[in-house]
Design a protein around this ligand. Structure first.
Ligand SMILES: Nc1ncnc2c1ncn2[C@@H]1O[C@H](COP(=O)(O)OP(=O)(O)O)[C@@H](O)[C@H]1O
Ligand SMILES: O=P(O)(O)OC[C@H]1O[C@](O)(COP(=O)(O)O)[C@@H](O)[C@@H]1O
Length: 339
């Protein structure tokens, strides 16, 4: 059983447009609505592959009720925690060449009492769990060390904890000794202050996160695949995507695949890459099921340190080493490449 915690879930609206023309009235070609948030997506991916999971989901307002309705329709096993604020909506603008612009609302503050209720719910569920996955950004006014404190409580109860977050929440969580962290390239550069341009840089940055307290690091590299650094050494892997549609939710599908694959070694990395690639081939943040997942196309080997990445990051200064600035608070998803 894998329990997921999403402190800042969302309604994810994906709007397909011909081109993003700032300041213009843009007529959308199509739109879809998915339940969202990183832990929620991990549970959705596990559900799609018949792996036992339970999601702890705070919800509030009309949007929150709609989120819960959508998750019930999907048949998600969940514990819902009503909160006073309103669940956020995140918008994805998807262009035909695969360029994705994401606008994520900050979300709604959680009171200390609400946070306690949520943590108690996770602990109650986690008694029968192999893993607790704490995923996604923190809502406003939630202390930066909340994942660190939760990790200590869960680890104290003998539960493996995986953390997938960014910024100060990730840096704080490292010190609490999570069993697993899954940074993407930008998060890896941000958390280590290192410039990352090649696979060797990723391995070195992952080693730095391990020295700071994380046991295993699964670094996702977008179109460049992934690097796994664990007690037994390091692995590099990639998976081709025949027809890329949307990379939103690919990191969540990848984390779900890694845990479903045993969370260790080559086999788990193959599973992670197969699930992540399959998610990129699906619209919006639809999670892949068995017919979408092609393990035979995944290639895993020991890392070649000299291998250059297609999207390099400068040392945590918010600028991509290969191009223009990444605006503060924005995620940039270049067109998914098919390799
Ligand atoms: N453009 C892409 N082309 C091929 N595979 C991709 C692409 N984007 C993501 N993936 C796959 O999905 C995984 C997670 O994507 P990534 O963008 O690194 O994570 P996140 O969604 O957490 O930012 C990658 O490690 C890779 O396996
Ligand atoms: O909590 P954050 O960092 O704002 O991210 C939330 C967003 O991330 C997603 O879970 C997608 O995550 P990934 O693309 O990293 O897998 C969306 O469903 C959601 O809108």
């Amino acid at each position: 059983m894998i329990v997921t915690l999403t402190l800042n879930p969302s309604l994810d609206r994906t709007i397909e447009i011909a081109a993003l023309d700032r300041g213009a009235v843009i007529r959308a070609a199509a739109a879809r609505l998915d339940p969202g948030g990183k832990g929620v997506n991990v549970s959705r991916a596990l559900l799609a592959n018949a792996v036992a999971s339970r999601a702890v989901v705070p919800f509030g307002g009309d949007e929150g009720r709609q989120l819960v309705r959508l998750l019930r329709q999907e048949g998600l096993d969940m514990v819902t925690v009503p909160v006073a604020g309103r669940t956020r909506s995140n918008v994805t603008l998807a262009e035909p060449d695969g360029t994705v612009t994401k606008i994520n609302e900050p979300g709604t503050a959680l009171s200390p009492d609400e946070l306690d209720t949520i943590a108690d719910s996770v602990l109650a569920e986690a008694r029968e769990a192999d893993w607790v996955v704490a995923s996604g950004s923190l809502p406003p006014e939630v202390p930066e060390d909340v994942y660190a404190r939760l990790c200590r409580r869960f680890a104290g109860a003998g539960i493996h904890v995986a953390v997938d977050t960014s910024g100060p929440a990730l840096s704080c969580a490292l010190g609490s000794g999570p069993a697993l962290v899954k940074p993407n390239l930008e998060e890896l550069a941000g958390a280590t202050g290192m410039a990352i341009a090649c696979v060797g840089d990723v391995v070195a940055a992952a080693a730095k996160l391990r020295a700071a307290g994380a046991r295993t690091v699964l670094a996702s590299l977008g179109a460049d695949g992934a690097v796994l650094v664990e007690d037994g050494g390091a692995w590099y892997g990639e998976a081709p995507v025949a027809e890329p549609r949307s990379a939103v939710g690919a990191g969540d599908a990848m984390l779900a695949g890694f845990l479903a694959g045993g969370a260790r070694g080559e086999r788990a990395l193959v599973e992670a890459l197969a699930w992540g690639a399959a998610a990129v081939g699906l619209p919006g943040s639809r999670m892949p099921g068995p017919p979408d997942i092609r393990r035979g196309e995944v290639r895993v080997s020991r890392p070649d340190p000299a291998r250059l990445l297609t999207s390099a990051f400068a040392a945590g200064d918010g600028r991509r080493a290969d191009g223009g600035p990444v605006p503060a608070g924005a995620e940039r998803h270049p067109p998914p490449s098919s390799r």
